[in-house]
Design a protein around this ligand. Structure first.
Ligand code: AMP
Length: 415
């Protein structure tokens, strides 16, 4: 299946290409045609499945192909500011080759942020991505014209209800035109969500995408560390375990090369594999690893999906993977078929929140190991505090709200 099969507008296809998406994910494959058809939909899909693009792409394409002058054509409501900002960035990337504009509308900030939001909401923004409280503050003032609103999306609805936003959602629904297309996304479908769906959707199609969980026979462990403790800790683990087959994942080529160099210097039989190696060299390294000429392989994500090497005893995430799905794919390299396996993840300060999100997706907490005393004191695992720090930093910087004068949040690929 290719994105071209959906009949999306060509400018949207360009956006998809510039984001580097090659093929639709399962949730995209199933939901995009239904949304393009104009039907309401309720989708069970977790973060990491590609659900954001599953609703942004068809809505974007429909806005382009059915232009009308009225303001605010689509509204996305999400539980947190962070998610509003993230979805808006996604939108800016996907809509880069179109004239569709979007803004993230979230609470907090000073009066000038509110004024800027008001300005955008009243003078030509196409898509508003909002947190409930802030949206209601704008709605109550009476200046938002929703007569042209055709698409309403509620994302992470279960989280929204967990956070006590039920009444807010009902209130928001009361402001919306009756004739609209509504899309509801939720990781789980408890009774309260079904009740909400009944009030919000008309004859919805139902899609259920369940993410695979890592096999139970993989023993998972994580260490919370400072950056400078990572390499010494890996050396310690490898020396003590004395394993025949270890796969270490790094997020970047630079960290893969550096780790490999350090471990080689300490006498380990190790090679690194990443996109700088040509296909022939990659195959040679992989063959040596399979034949156990090489005990340790350091890899970037090029190896995390698909490649079936049997009997890997230990997978190490030297860097926390991007999201839950990557985590599952990476650690799934061990414990193939009958064998048991181990997976160890190193978590530095900047990755604590990312790891918490992975644990949420797995619906379980990964046990944390004790860093050996001789490596010095290690940090505590306190991901929520770290996420607040990150967010405060973000808010002091430039908010991501944009109007028509957009810049891409990453550079589109050259044609
Ligand atoms: P989401 O589940 O929407 O949070 O998306 C998870 C990640 O997958 C995001 O980093 C997206 O940019 C990425 N993504 C979404 N769709 C695709 C696709 N078709 N191919 C590759 N990556 C994708």
């Amino acid at each position: 299946m290719s994105f071209k099969n959906f009949g999306l507008d060509s400018r949207v296809l360009e956006g998809i290409e510039s984001m580097g998406y090659e093929n639709p994910t399962p949730v995209q494959e199933q939901t995009i045609p239904i949304i393009l058809e104009g039907k309401d939909i309720i989708v069970s899909a977790q973060t990491g499945t590609g659900k954001t693009a599953a609703f942004l792409l068809p809505v974007l394409s429909k806005i382009i192909t059915d232009p009308h002058e009225e303001l605010i054509k689509a509204m996305v409501v999400v539980p947190t500011r962070e998610l509003a900002i993230q979805i808006n960035q996604h939108m800016e990337g996907l809509s880069y080759f179109t004239s569709v504009s979007s803004i993230a509308v979230y609470g907090g900030g000073d009066g000038s942020l509110y004024a800027r939001e008001k300005q955008a909401l009243t003078s030509g923004i196409d898509v508003a991505i909002c947190t409930p409280g802030r949206l209601i503050a704008h709605l109550n003032m009476g200046y938002m014209n929703l007569a042209g609103l055709k698409y309403f999306i509620l994302d992470e609805a279960d989280r929204m209800l967990d956070m006590g936003f039920n009444d807010d959602i009902i209130k928001i629904l009361s402001f919306l035109p009756k004739k609209r297309q509504s899309l509801l996304f939720s990781a789980t479908f408890p009774k309260k969500i079904r009740e909400l769906a009944r009030q919000m959707l008309v004859n919805p199609a139902e899609i259920n995408i369940s993410l695979s969980k890592p096999p139970e026979k993989i023993a998972q462990l994580a260490y919370v560390v400072y950056d400078n403790q990572k390499i010494p800790l890996i050396k310690d683990i490898l020396q003590h375990k004395n394993l025949k087959s270890v796969l270490i994942f790094c997020s970047t080529k630079i960290s893969a090369k550096q780790l490999s160099r350090e471990l080689k210097t300490s006498g380990f039989a190790i090679m690194d594999i990443h996109s700088d190696l040509d296909q022939k060299n990659r195959e040679e390294v992989l063959t040596d690893f399979k034949n156990r000429k090489l005990n340790i392989l350091v890899a970037t994500d090029i190896l995390s999906r698909g490649i079936d090497i049997d009997d890997i005893e230990l997978v190490v995430n030297f860097d926390v993977p991007h999201d839950g799905e990557d985590y599952i794919h990476r650690i799934g390299r061990t414990a193939r078929a009958e064998s048991n396996g181990e997976a160890i993840t190193l978590i530095t300060d900047k990755d604590q929140y990312k790891f918490l999100k992975i644990e949420k997706l797995l619906d379980s907490t990964v046990p944390k190991g004790q860093v050996p005393e001789y490596l010095g004191a290690a940090p505590a695992y306190d991901p929520k505090a770290r996420s607040d720090q990150k967010f405060n930093h973000f808010r002091k910087g430039k908010p991501s709200s944009k109007t028509r004068n957009k810049k891409p949040f990453h550079k589109p690929r050259k044609k």
